[in-house]
Design a binder for this molecule. Structure first.
Ligand code: FEO
Length: 386
């Protein structure tokens, strides 16, 4: 339980959640961390906290540097419980602590914890002095909750970015240049797709503010600290927040007796013939959060289900609920599916894709087991539309 030095007098004192595999529906195959940072100055300051069950670990790391009872200030950039769960434990050690959070953060802390803690609301542009360092606050509402803010220390060129630029990775490594870059970027992409995607406009606003700030280290609240790959992650956030997509088609489906799968492969043929990269996802085999990672940069989203009881298969319904909530934009949609009678599934999927504001290609609805020739006709019709 050692702290990790980031710069002289600034330490990572977070918790590593090696066992985490599900973060409210998001499959976290590599676990996660909840990052907390300790600044040793005239005012001893803790930036963000950890989940409640890692409080002892956080406090043990702090205790390797100072007596936790000496903490003066807490900067709480965000109140979600993965970053505030240890607050009651810190207060037991240091009841004199003063918390700085956004106005919505202060309100939320009171509603979450019902304690009479000393909280001071701070807004964009406000600054506090710690001694030789200062902390500047920038509100970033909806990246990820209404209360979010980031904190900038100009003397150290550090941005404490909380949820922004995070990745769900549990590791002993703490810095971006110590970890395989492709895995780091994949996890940053998955994190963006499953957590930040609905808030593209707010991310763009935050990126505009950060353009004018001299940063050499980004300390997020999950995963690795950025110090060598900052231009790369800022560039990707710029792309993702604008819903910029690649010429890539995803074919996402579930099948009952294999007919909807046949249609899925006929659709794939059309995209392949047009030279468009395709990926097939049977929802029985791939988790929706991994599919979302691919959706982040895919132009064509094709969704298929057979009709079951005048409806769609449950796993397709679950995918669509999750997908609509994350609100990807500027895509082209295609609904498809097989049926025996009724055939309502395709209309239901169409309606959901329309709700996302997607341009739609002509849907494909085929009865019972489609034959080779029928499938070829659908491939040919689709080729004309792509
Ligand atoms: Fe990592 Fe919105 O909490």
């Amino acid at each position: 339980m050692l702290p990790i030095k980031i710069k002289e007098g600034i330490y990572w004192v977070g918790g590593i959640d090696w066992d985490l595999r599900n973060f409210h529906g998001y499959l976290t195959q590599r676990g996660s961390t909840y990052n907390s940072y300790l600044i040793i100055d005239e005012k001893i300051t803790l930036v963000d906290n950890v989940k409640y069950y890692l409080a002892e670990e956080q406090i043990a790391r702090i205790a390797k540097i100072i007596d936790p009872g000496k903490i003066d200030y807490i900067i709480q950039n965000h109140i979600e419980m993965d970053h505030t769960g240890s607050l009651p434990y810190i207060f037991k050690k240091a009841p004199q602590v003063k918390i700085f959070a956004s106005p919505k953060g202060v309100e939320g802390l009171s509603k979450h914890y019902q304690q009479n803690w000393d909280c001071q609301p701070v807004k964009t542009g406000e600054v506090i002095k710690l001694g030789k360092r200062s902390l500047h606050f920038i509100q970033t509402p909806m990246v990820h909750w209404p209360d979010n803010m980031v904190t900038y220390c100009p003397e150290e060129k550090i941005l404490f970015s909380n949820d922004a630029f995070g990745q769900h990775i549990a590791s002993s490594e703490r810095f971006d240049d110590e970890y395989p870059f492709n895995i780091l970027m994949h996890e940053a992409e998955k994190y963006y797709a499953n957590i930040v995607l609905p808030y593209g406009k707010q991310v763009q606003n935050a990126l505009k503010v950060l353009q004018d700030v001299d940063i050499d280290t980004i300390c997020p609240s999950h995963g690795l600290i950025w110090r060598s790959k900052i231009p790369q992650i800022l560039k990707e956030y710029g792309k993702w927040s604008q819903n910029q997509v690649d010429d890539k088609a995803l074919i996402i489906y579930d099948t009952m007796w294999g007919s909807t799968r046949k249609i899925a492969y006929a659709i794939q043929d059309a995209f392949e013939i047009k030279g468009i990269h395709t990926k097939m996802f049977n929802l029985q085999q791939t988790h929706i959060s991994d599919i979302m990672t691919e959706i982040l940069t895919a132009k064509y989203i094709c969704v298929g289900s057979p009709t079951l009881n005048n409806n769609i298969l449950p796993i397709v319904a679950a995918f669509l609920v999750y997908f609509k909530g994350l609100a990807p934009k500027n895509r082209i949609g295609l609904a498809f599916g097989s049926y025996g009678w009724g055939g309502q599934s395709v209309g239901i999927i169409e309606s959901d894709l329309k709700q996302c504001g997607f341009e739609l290609m002509t849907s494909i609805r085929m009865q019972y087991i489609p034959g080779k020739e029928e499938l070829q006709k659908e491939t040919d019709k689709l080729i004309e539309q792509i």
